[in-house]
Design a protein around this ligand. Structure first.
Ligand code: ATP
Ligand code: MG
Length: 506
């Protein structure tokens, strides 16, 4: 089922509306067809009865025509003599037409006497063809009449008629009853249908609500519990909705156990890395210590001394690597950050001064606000963030590259940027540059003993502070941007701090 939002089309969308639609429209059509057919049949039957009575009246008139009126019956002056004969009922109409003109015409009134027709009414009778067939004629205020005109010799035509009023009234009553009953039936069917469909579909809403609640949970990382299940009442396999509910519960069971397994293996791995890091620390420190000791003591042949220096340098690198791994494992576990108030302005000044000392071949610039930008956080780790970004410029861009470190506060967010005009992050690395062990394979990186953990640590520390980090740029301009929440700005009490920053602005 697709739901499209087409403006201006009023077709029912929900299953409930559609079910009601396909149920009520045919029902209404059936009711209309049955009503029309029944009305037509009843109308035919009523006309037939009137025609039968008319035929009898015509027979009586034919016998009476020309002869004397029955003794003591009525006054022949009140209408044609053939009209006022015994047996003719109230409302019976009689007219004599001679040469196309009505000579006398009357209707039997309530008292049994003839009441003359008006000229207009009489004129309507003059045109009735004299073929003995029954026809319906409208006689104005008298209503519709069923009339028969039959020739009576000498160019005379006798017209006899019976009123249709009572038959028509019966038909109107029938149609009214049909319409009212049909509408009430449709209404009852609609209400009952809506109730039944609503009841049937209600479990589906509950299943959808369960799915919605689960979908809103963050499933990608961390301890995830999925306590939500479709209630047992909505998992009856005998109903369609129940099967959906049961399937959703099975899906949630397997997702939950999958997530639990993922979480367990993640925890195991993290503990393994932390333990391994811990275990490696001591031997690496020993190697460093002993090589330094032997080298200091001196008296070694020159090549042995050079080898020992290499061993020492590698041991230093290894202990840095172990520290990085340990730090990442602890950050993953959500530990390791100590929270205080960090003066980012001072931190930038320090870190850029360090970078200046370590990389005199690069140009180091700062762009600082004239105030201290403070964020809540771990000073040592935030220093490491900036140190890692600056170290990357030092190790991954050629000498002579300019690195600009900018700091500003924007609506309570501290924005720290490290931009350089070096060759930029290799394109194939761009997307995953913050992943662990992601590193460019340049000779430079290899020579500098790059491990690819620096930016992973940056990302983990920044995430631990509730911030974000991103990279943008093209060759000639690479910008790493760190955003940290909760920034406040405090004006300097004196300008000493900026004087310090000015020192590295060269
Ligand atoms: N400013 C930059 N200019 C060009 N490339 C960069 C820059 N910063 C990072 N990179 C690329 O991103 C890769 C990953 O950087 P990251 O800091 O994570 O690791 P690394 O510097 O290689 O090793 P580590 O920092 O662990 O010693 C680098 O190897 C480098 O190719
Ligand atoms: Mg690095």
């Amino acid at each position: 089922m697709t739901t499209r939002a087409l403006p201006g089309r009023a077709r029912p969308r929900s299953l409930r509306a559609r079910l009601l639609w396909v149920f009520l429209v045919p029902l209404a059509l059936v009711l209309v067809v049955v009503g029309v057919a029944a009305t037509a049949a009843v109308r035919g039957e009523l006309l037939g009865q009137v025609d039968d009575r008319l035929a009898a009246a015509v027979t009586r008139s034919a016998h009476a025509d020309g002869g004397p009126s029955a003794p003591g019956y009525g006054d022949p002056g009140g209408g044609p003599d053939f009209l006022l004969v015994p047996g003719q009922g109230d409302g019976t109409l009689g007219a004599r037409v001679v040469d196309g003109a009505v000579t006398e015409a009357a209707v039997i009134g309530r008292e049994g006497d003839g009441e003359a027709l008006t000229a207009a009414e009489a004129a309507a009778l003059a045109g009735v063809p004299a073929d003995g067939a029954a026809r319906t004629v409208g006689l104005g205020p008298l209503g519709d009449y069923r009339v028969v005109a039959s020739p009576a010799g000498d160019g005379e035509v006798l017209v006899t008629g019976l009123p249709l009023a009572s038959a028509e009234a019966a038909l109107v009553r029938l149609v009214a009853v049909e319409v009212v009953a049909g509408l009430l039936g449709l209404l009852a069917a609609g209400v009952a249908g809506a109730l039944v469909v609503g009841r049937t579909l209600r479990p589906l809403h509950r299943v959808a609500a369960t799915a919605g609640r689960v979908a809103a949970l963050p499933l990608s990382s961390g301890e995830v519990r999925l306590p939500d299940r479709v209630p047992a009442a909505d998992t009856d396999p005998r109903t369609e909705v129940g099967r959906v509910g049961a399937a959703l519960n099975r899906l949630l069971d397997s997702v939950e156990s999958g997530i639990a397994a993922r979480q367990a293996s993640e925890t195991r791995l993290r503990r393994f890395v932390a333990d391994a890091g811990h275990e490696l620390r001591t031997p690496v420190t020993s190697i460093r210590g002993y090589t330094e000791l032997v080298r200091r003591r001196g008296g070694l042949p020159e090549d042995a001394d050079a080898s020992l220096r290499r061993v020492e340098a590698e041991a230093v690198r290894m202990s840095g690597l172990v520290d990085d791994l340990l730090l990442l494992a602890r950050l993953d576990a959500g530990r390791e950050l100590t929270v205080g108030t960090v003066d980012l302005t001072g931190l930038v000044v320090d870190a850029v001064s360090d970078a200046h000392a370590a990389g005199p071949g690069h140009r180091w610039r700062v762009d600082l606000p004239g105030a201290a930008v403070l964020v809540p956080g771990d000073a040592a780790r935030l220093h490491q963030v900036l140190a890692n970004l600056l170290a990357n410029v030092r190790t991954h861009t050629p000498a002579g590259t300019t690195a600009t470190t900018r700091l500003r506060a924007e609506d309570g967010t501290a924005v720290l940027e490290v931009a350089d005009d070096g060759p930029g992050v290799p394109a194939d690395l761009r997307a995953g540059v913050f992943e662990r062990f992601a590193r460019g394979d340049s000779a430079r990186s290899r020579a500098s003993g790059s491990t690819g953990l620096g930016l992973a640590i940056v990302a983990a520390v920044v995430a631990g502070h509730g911030g974000t980090v991103g990279v943008a740029g093209r060759p000639g301009r690479t910008v790493f941007t760190v955003r940290l929440p909760g920034a406040t700005v405090t004006e300097f009490e004196d300008d000493d701090a900026l004087e310090g920053a000015g020192g590295v602005r060269a």
